[in-house]
Design a protein around this ligand. Structure first.
Ligand code: ADP
Length: 592
């Protein structure tokens, strides 16, 4: 039944109602009609029987049975009835339908139903099959006083087929009517089904289109579907609108999420419930170098790291949040955060903390270096000061010498603190955009040379200035003066008395490269890269003894880089056997 088409079901329903509804009354009418017709036919037969009996009794007596039979046959042709006269004992005397010669051979009729009835009640009828004529007949019989006493029986009969033909007519009409009703009900049900199926088909088509993603699809009210379906049409249209809105919202959210993920510097990886990689962002490329092929694989295959794999296994188990540090094969260290997504796997975020670790180490080294640098002069000051606490020693000749050492160490500490402050200042300025000016580099060198004059003259060192007086550079005038002063100070301190220092410059594309060259001790090759680090010295004791803090070149590097240039050293200078040359570059006055 469920697989039947709607129109078939409708048709069957029609028939289930119509067949019993029509057949039951028709059968009842048929039966009533049959009874009425038979009653009417029997009543007519009795009327005829009375009439024939009256005629027979009024008739003069017949010569013999043959004359009686002849009379019956003649009368029967007018009345259209079978007329039979039966003697009291049941012998047939005359019969309008039987050949006169065979009448004597007929069976005794005393046992016939209507004859028995007539004998008993005076008259009777029956409907039965006539063995004599071989067909169904309606019989009516009554006692008569003719022809002999005791009285015989007069019987008339008409074929039941006459009655049946009337019934047959009726049944033909009935079946015709039934057929017409069936035909019209079939057509009606088909039309109705068509009328119902058309809107249903429209609704199904619309629902299919919406299901396939056409959320702009709408059904026309009443035109396509008829008013009965208006609520359903309204629901489908509302549903399509809402689904469309939701899909738009989800798409927008998805795009936002993708943009956020792509914009993140952290690598992000989504795991499904089975622990396989579902999605990754492009920041993960630097870590895995596997995009886009890592989707569908296990973290172990990608990261080759058992810690990460076991953390992923745990987060897909009972853990909700996990954090670990992992060193990757790209020599970087990541903080890995894992968060469970209930019923849907987990999200893993890789945050690169290598720089943070490096800075932390730099900070620790710096604190250790500063402490170390300050400890020596402090220890010295404390030692000599404690000695001087002794009044006897204070009066000795050495007291003055000890005080000089204390002052010298205090000066040294003061220089360290001053240089540290200067370095910190430069590093702070590095983080802010600078407003640079244009100035003459030669003026800065002149000022620096004048500052260094006392120590250069003390060592009889001559400073040669080969700078072009018109060299204009971009930067901070004060910073450049400090760079020149530090480099000259170093050159003087590490040069033998009587030697000379040369300062020159040359233009290279949009930069000016300055060179400060001395004829001093020089710097071993392995130290050349590191002398710009804070507190780095080639010979610590010698540097301290000559008043160095180990911060001069670090200050120079910070100042030069701040102005957009670079600094480096060569030792010995090209085509020379001793001494060193310090180069630094600055931007030319081109853009200003
Ligand atoms: P310091 O205050 O000790 O001179 P710097 O940072 O200025 O610290 O220099 C770092 C180290 O580089 C010095 O200790 C020294 O060993 C070396 N150095 C710097 N300039 C020269 C130079 N002109 N000749 C030889 N060695 C130098």
């Amino acid at each position: 039944m469920r697989t039947m088409r709607f129109r078939t079901r409708l048709l069957l329903s029609f028939w289930i109602i119509l067949i019993p509804g029509l057949c039951a009354p028709a059968w009842y009418i048929f039966q009533s009609l049959k009874t009425d017709i038979i009653h009417e036919a029997t009543a007519n037969a009795f009327t005829e029987l009375d009439f024939i009996g009256w005629l027979l009794e009024k008739n003069p007596e017949f010569e013999d049975n043959l004359a009686l039979d002849k009379w019956c046959k003649e009368l029967a042709t007018h009345l259209n009835y079978r007329i039979t006269v039966i003697a009291a004992g049941g012998r047939v005397l005359a019969d309008s339908e039987i050949d006169s010669r065979t009448i004597p051979e007929l069976d005794n009729h005393a046992d016939r139903e209507e004859i028995i009835g007539a004998r008993k009640f005076g008259q009777a009828s029956s409907i039965r099959y006539s063995e004599t004529l071989g067909k169904n007949l309606i019989y009516a019989a009554k006692n008569i006083n003719y022809p002999i006493s005791p009285s015989g029986v007069l019987r008339v009969a008409i074929p039941l087929s006459l009655v049946e033909s009337r019934l047959e007519n009726f049944s033909h009409q009935f079946w015709g009517l039934l057929l017409a009703i069936f035909a019209s009900s079939t057509i009606l049900s088909l039309i109705l089904a068509q009328k119902l199926e058309t809107p249903i088909r429209s609704i199904i088509q619309a629902a299919t289109d919406i299901g396939e993603g056409d959320f702009s699809r709408r059904l026309e009210f009443e035109i396509e579907t008829g008013t009965e379906f208006s609520p359903l049409v309204r629901c489908i249209n509302d549903m399509a609108g809402k689904i469309g809105q939701n899909i738009d919202m989800i798409t927008a959210q998805k795009q936002e999420l993708e943009a956020v993920l792509e914009g993140m510097q952290e690598g992000v990886m989504l795991l499904d419930k089975e622990g396989r990689i579902k999605a990754v962002n492009s920041a993960l490329t630097g870590i895995t170098k596997c995009l886009p092929n890592c989707v569908g694989r296990r973290p172990m295959e990608i990261f080759l790291n058992t810690e990460i794999q076991s953390a992923c296994d745990k987060i897909l188990g009972e853990k909700v949040h996990m954090r670990l540090k992992a060193a990757m094969h790209n020599d970087r260290v990541y903080e890995v955060n894992l968060v469970k997504i209930p019923e849907d796997g987990a999200v893993v975020v890789f945050h690169d903390i290598s720089e943070m670790i490096r800075l932390e180490k730099v900070r620790q080294d710096f604190v250790a270096n500063v402490s170390h640098e300050l400890r020596s002069p402090l220890t010295s000051i404390k030692g000599y000061a404690e000695t001087l606490q002794n009044p006897a020693f204070r009066a000795s000749d050495q007291a003055g010498e000890f005080l000089n050492i204390i002052v010298k160490n205090a000066d040294h500490m003061s220089r360290i603190v001053a240089d540290l402050l200067e370095l910190t200042k430069l590093q702070q300025k590095n983080s802010q955009p600078e407003q640079f000016s244009v100035f003459n580099a030669a003026a800065c060198l002149r000022f620096a040379t004048e500052t260094c004059m006392p120590i250069s003259e003390e060592k009889n060192i001559h400073i040669h200035n080969f700078l072009d007086a018109s060299v204009l550079v971009q930067g901070d005038e004060f910073a450049l003066t400090q760079v020149f002063r530090n480099l000259l100070d170093n050159a003087i301190r590490h040069s033998p008395p009587g030697s000379s220092i040369t300062v020159s410059s040359k233009e290279e594309s949009d930069m000016v490269v300055f060179a400060v060259e001395d004829e001093g001790t020089g710097i071993p090759r392995q130290h050349l890269q590191r002398i710009f680090e804070r507190f780095y010295r080639v010979d610590k004791e010698r540097s301290r003894a000559s008043g160095g803090t180990g911060l001069g070149l670090a200050i120079c590097r910070n100042a030069v880089r701040k102005m957009g240039g670079d600094i480096w050293a060569e030792s010995p200078p090209e085509n020379r056997t001793k001494g060193s040359v310090f180069y630094f570059s600055l931007k030319k006055n081109k853009d200003l």
